[in-house]
Design a protein around this ligand. Structure first.
Ligand code: ADP
Length: 484
């Protein structure tokens, strides 16, 4: 990798302010060509326990820093991320595959949480409450919850860390992070910059491992960890929630989605096409807020699928390092196999492949063609399962009631989208969708300033916005008596 700042490419875990290597390591691969990029420390239970101990000790120090002092260190970390934007993006694309322009976008998006929560650190206000008796006065204060265990996925290897860690650190918590075994290099690069920013030892720790279940269990069973914040699959989220029950930890879960993307007859079709492409093919369809099911109303169905398919055909597939590439490789063989299977299932049940529908070139490649499927129906797997790949099934609907019912017919409830102009319907539909987030006439909804999160089996807790810090603080109330 041709980095300007070579020190950003770290392969050792980061515990108590030290990069710590282990005798056992595991390989990290470039998903575009399968080449080994690095060998990374493979930590186990004992390193995880050391990190938890270090974070617990550091908590006593860090929580006492003034909000302003914590904010200054966070701001420095933010600035360092921007100063190293090119290198961080290159590391990200090399280990994850997404196009370089998207990686730069992710680094800026990730850094924006650090800036935002550096500012929020000074605004963790309490209340004064009129007392319930003449001699009573009541006040509340918000205090950091303690050591936070953060478990993050491979699809946003940098931003999913900053989105959790920035509010935690701003509140005065310390963190032990377990990044995905597929993409630990972006996490370790953030550690290099965290050290340079001046976080005291033990405040920020990273455990790299191939053994997620053991490290996860060590985190959830430790009484020293007071909070688990997880982004990933619903299955693992349920497991972590169960494991956290014995020590009654506060838990935030950002899990899978099955986003509807609805286009009503009165929509601006060209804008809806562009919005659907943005919401579907970003990161090769591998985001939890990707449009999973596109519903087009009968009056515009043909126009929509024609315009949409012809634009999708033009999306350049290839190596994320090449500037013209819009869709990169998928993350691993398991993921592309799953996509092949759901496309086959849809075809078997009468769907029409309008473009794409297979792997690109040789059988060992992780490139899957941007695909559009027409005549999709609710008995197909693509209706229920999170596709997590560059495949867009399009369903035809007649009425508003019918589409709301189909859209809500899922256990998930993360993102949803719709396009239309009738303002009364916009309110009705936005209120009726059982989702944590609704994009109205837009396919791009992620921003630091808004609360990101889901309902139903998509999880709970909100990341970003003025609410993001709530997950990392406890409210304590003080009742003052004897005020005669
Ligand atoms: P995906 O299907 O998107 O890879 P996962 O839920 O498997 O999502 O992975 C998200 C994160 O959860 C990764 O960091 C992964 O290592 C971690 N993980 C997977 N299984 C477990 C587990 N049993 N305990 C704790 N963490 C886990």
């Amino acid at each position: 990798m041709n980095l300007l700042n070579k020190s950003l490419l770290q392969t050792s875990a980061y515990i108590n302010g030290q990069f710590v290597s282990t005798p056992k390591t595991f390989e990290i691969h470039n998903p575009y060509n399968g080449k080994t990029i690095a060998e990374v420390s493979d930590c186990g239970i004992s390193e995880t326990e050391q990190a938890i101990q270090a974070a617990s000790k550091a908590f006593k120090v860090w929580r006492k820093y003034s909000a302003g002092k914590r904010a200054r260190i966070l701001k420095k970390w933010y600035q360092l991320q921007l100063n190293n934007l090119e290198d961080l993006a290159l590391i990200l694309t090399t280990e994850q595959g997404k196009p370089l322009a998207e990686s730069k976008g992710e680094i800026k998006y990730g850094a924006s949480f650090v800036e935002w929560f550096a500012e929020e650190a000074r605004r963790i206000y309490g209340d004064t409450i009129p007392g319930h008796a003449g001699d009573k006065r009541i006040m509340t204060i918000k205090q950091p919850i303690g050591v936070v265990g953060a478990i993050t996925p491979w699809n946003f290897p940098s931003a999913m860390i900053t989105r959790k860690v920035a509010p935690a650190l701003a509140a005065g918590c310390t963190v032990v992070i377990k990044p995905s075994e597929l993409t630990p290099l972006s996490a370790l690069a953030l550690a290099v910059l965290a050290e340079e920013a001046g976080f005291p030892p033990g405040v920020f720790n990273i455990i790299t491992t191939q053994d997620a279940p053991s490290v996860g269990n060590t985190m959830t069973s430790s009484p020293l960890i007071r909070k688990i914040s997880f982004t990933g699959s619903t299955a693992v989220g349920k497991l972590l929630l169960k494991q956290s029950a014995d020590t009654i930890k506060k838990v935030s879960l950002e899990l899978g989605g099955n986003a509807p993307f609805i286009v009503f007859d009165d929509a601006d079709i060209d804008k809806a096409v562009d919005g659907a492409i943005a919401a579907k093919y970003r990161n090769a369809g591998q985001t939890c807020i990707c449009a999973n099911r596109i519903f087009a109303q009968a009056g515009i169905y043909d126009t929509f699928i024609n315009k949409f398919s012809s634009k999708v055909k033009e999306l350049e597939l290839g190596n994320g390092i090449d500037p013209q590439v819009i869709v990169g490789p998928m993350i691993e063989e398991k993921a592309i196999k799953f996509v092949e299977q759901v496309v086959e299932d849809a075809q078997g049940k009468g769907a029409e492949i309008l473009t794409g529908g297979q792997r690109h070139g040789e059988s060992q490649t992780l490139l899957y063609q941007p695909t559009v499927i027409g005549n999709a129906t609710t008995d197909m797997e693509v209706f229920r399962k999170e596709i997590f790949g560059p495949v867009a099934p399009i369903f035809k609907f007649e009425t508003e009631e019918e589409v709301i019912e189909m859209a809500n017919d899922t256990n998930y409830g993360l993102a949803s989208y719709f396009y239309g102009r009738d303002y009364a319907r916009i309110w009705r539909v936005a209120e009726a969708l059982e989702y944590g987030m609704v994009g109205i006439n837009t396919g791009m909804i992620s921003t630091t300033v808004a609360p990101f999160g889901g309902v139903k089996e998509s999880g709970f807790g909100r990341e970003g916005s003025k609410y993001g810090i709530d997950d990392y603080v406890e409210i304590k109330y003080m009742c003052w008596g004897g005020v005669e």
